[in-house]
Write a protein of this length. Structure first.
Length: 288
């Protein structure tokens, strides 16, 4: 696996590969890698000539410096995992490589049309603007043919899909199924911060989402949301929201009639760790 640290060298190398008609799959990460990330590598390898990943903890998407400081930084272990997964290239930039001269000049002027104003938005002001900024910058450096993201961050990939369309970026977004632990908990770097007690109970999110999927054709939206919040309110856990939304617009819905993509999204505080998850209750053929 080739390691590249310099943005100009990364761009030149990837551009040469594309000039040779190679397809490029790209998986941007912030490190703290787990099987969910490696599954994206696998899907990219199955569909592309070259698979590239990056590890960069982006400061502009953290509205809380404490969260930034706590984010796991395990570069060598991550690189070993990427190599074992068959990744061809890993891009390991510093902040100065991503934002030479400061992050302000790399801000992206884009109307997110309210996609950032709901669910995680109020809790993390400025977060999604930072995500848009870093993904746009990374795609400028790694102009991949395909970008792979996991479904777990449903709001995030919906916003990136919007960015790609609005800015006419010539990269196809591929959204991949959530990878879960044996008890249903969605894999996440944050899970490492859970206490044993909270980890033992964290499968409640998957169980409630699965129950919502069973109920969707038999109960009203408001009844499902109310019951879900009640079930999630167990000792040590504090539900932030449980919303059933249009999977394309993220708008809350009152009924499922005529909605081709219906998704339940939830966030819960497990102690001081915020867990997010979602499940497609009614699904169209794809969510690209």
């Amino acid at each position: 696996m080739r390691r590249i640290y310099n943005a100009q060298k990364a761009l030149a190398y990837i551009s040469d590969l594309k000039s040779a008609s190679k397809t490029i799959g790209f998986i941007p990460t912030m490190g703290g890698l787990h099987q969910g990330h490696y599954s994206l590598i696998e899907q990219s390898k199955n569909a592309n000539d070259v698979t590239v990943s990056s590890i960069f903890v982006n400061p502009t998407q953290f509205n809380n410096t404490e969260d930034l400081d706590k984010y796991p930084r395990t570069i060598e272990a991550d690189c070993k995992g990427l190599e074992e997964a068959g990744c061809d290239i890993v891009f390991l930039p510093t902040i100065d490589e991503i934002y030479p001269g400061g992050a302000a000049q790399f801000e992206v002027s884009l109307d997110l049309q309210g996609l950032d104003a709901k669910m995680e938005g109020p809790h993390r002001p400025g977060h999604f603007a930072g995500v848009v900024q870093v993904v746009k910058r990374l795609l400028d450096i790694v102009p991949a043919t395909h970008l792979y993201m996991g479904q777990k961050d449903y709001q995030q990939f919906t916003i990136i899909r919007h960015m790609i369309r609005e800015l006419a970026i010539k990269t196809k977004l591929v959204v991949c199924t959530i990878i879960r632990e044996n008890d249903g908990l969605a894999m996440s770097s944050r899970n490492r911060r859970l206490t044993k007690e909270h980890r033992d109970d964290a499968s409640i999110l998957f169980r409630v989402l699965s129950q919502a999927k069973e109920w969707i054709n038999h109960k009203s939206i408001s009844e499902i949301e109310t019951k879900a919040l009640e079930y999630l309110n167990i000792p040590g856990f504090k539900p932030a929201y449980f919303e059933i939304v249009n999977g394309h617009t993220l708008e809350t819905i009152d009924h499922i009639n005529g909605v081709s993509e219906v998704v339940a999204c939830t966030a819960v505080w497990a102690g001081d760790v915020r867990l997010i998850d979602n499940m497609r209750l009614i699904a169209s053929d794809n969510i690209h």
